[in-house]
Ligand binder design. Structure first.
Ligand SMILES: *Cc1c(COP(=O)(O)O)cnc(C)c1O
Length: 365
């Protein structure tokens, strides 16, 4: 195990070793092209095919129908907090509904308020974001501009294991930290966005999957770069795109298809990894305190606390001595967060579980 394999960072996250090796090769010289990936024109036929193959791979992984377009944009997930309400809320006279389930969904709401009316359809903050709503708790309007939610709250480690809301309403989802970690039915979504740097590649590119019919009613006066139609018409090469980041996402989608064998297999691996860590938490008799309610536990971010800040500091220091990194909780929450994205291996997760058990034994569980 090298330092990269034991990197439990919340993001940018770990990438598969084969992807890192191919990336290293591409920085020197892309096979068959003879140039560095950092110096290849985005207007070359080669790069157009990189974009096209990445889209094909995503379509194949998700069984995505042609009713939905795939775009590669910049500005991170954060720009989507604005682009979504610019498209769907501005001038609509309607209200957008947001599920406020943690740090990231909370960040999306002020941006939507700049464009129109927002209703917080469920608010987890009074309970300090320890759980997600049940279907029965959601009283959603039929005439909302759209419903926005975050499928995996990366900071708190809360993940929806079903799809909230009714299918009559326009459903928008931020999947930044669990996109391509499991299969789902794309037809139940109208707009999905996910930046690459948690599960799929380096920072710099954000994947947007949008139902084409949504783009028939775009408000006037949007800057071209903030208008999805401009990117669609230009096959995501409207201006200079992040060539390098898109290439690494291509390599990651090839890895998912060829080495992992698709999203069902990826999901089974991810379930096994998460189960190992949650079992260690549950078996620790309160030494480790899981943050998320058990029904809402994330398969991507395992968040827990120890009894005191001193014990948490000791956990981080000793884990670092054993070669682990990235285990400190998000600055807004503290505690410990083990991010176990697609590329985190079961072997590395097993080592972390062993470390957790040994640490608990040493420190009095
Ligand atoms: C990390 C994260 C973001 C922020 O993404 P940027 O690319 O930094 O703008 C948004 N949403 C979710 C769910 C995240 O995990």
């Amino acid at each position: 195990m090298n330092a990269n394999t034991l990197n439990f960072s919340g993001g940018p996250g770990v990438l598969p070793e084969s992807v890192l090796a191919a990336t290293q090769q591409a920085i020197a010289e892309v096979p068959g092209v003879g140039l560095s990936i950092l110096g290849i024109s985005h207007r070359s036929a080669w790069f157009a095919e990189v974009v096209a193959e990445t889209e094909r791979n995503i379509r194949q992984l998700l069984k995505l129908p042609d009713s939905h377009a795939v775009l590669f944009l910049q500005g991170g997930a954060t720009l989507q907090f604005s682009m979504v309400p610019m498209l769907l809320l501005r001038g609509s006279g309607k209200t957008a509904e947001y599920l406020r389930t943690g740090y990231w969904s909370s960040k999306a709401i002020p941006e939507a308020l700049l464009e129109g009316d927002v209703r917080i359809a469920w608010d987890g903050q009074p309970e300090a974001f320890h759980r997600l709503p049940t279907d029965g708790e959601l009283a959603l309007a039929n005439d909302a501009a759209y419903l926005h939610y975050v499928s995996n709250e990366t900071v708190e480690g809360l993940q929806f294991h079903g799809i909230p809301g009714h299918d009559g309403v326009t459903r928008v989802c931020d999947m930044s930290s669990d996109f391509l970690s499991r299969p789902f039915d794309p037809e139940r979504f109208d707009l999905i966005y996910a930046h690459a740097q948690k599960n799929l590649g380096p920072a710099g590119v954000t994947i947007v999957i949008v139902r084409r019919s949504l783009l028939e009613h775009v408000p006037d006066g949007l800057p071209a770069l903030l208008d999805y139609r401009a990117h669609l018409a230009a096959n995501s090469i409207y201006n200079t795109p992040p060539v390098f980041a898109i290439y690494v996402v291509l390599l990651a989608t090839r890895w998912l298809l060829d080495e992992i064998g698709g999203l069902e297999k990826m999901a089974a691996i991810n379930q096994g990894k998460a189960a190992a860590l949650y079992q260690a938490i549950d078996a620790s008799q309160g030494f480790y305190r899981g943050w998320a309610a058990p029904a809402n536990r994330s398969l991507m971010n395992v968040v827990f606390k120890l009894a005191t800040p001193e014990l948490e500091a000791a956990f981080l220091a000793e884990s670092a001595q054993h070669g682990f990194s990235g285990l400190g909780g998000h600055r807004s929450l503290g505690g410990i967060r083990a991010s176990i994205y697609n590329a985190m291996t079961p072997q590395a997760v097993g080592l972390l579980r062993d470390f957790m058990q040994a640490f608990a034994a040493r420190h009095g569980a």
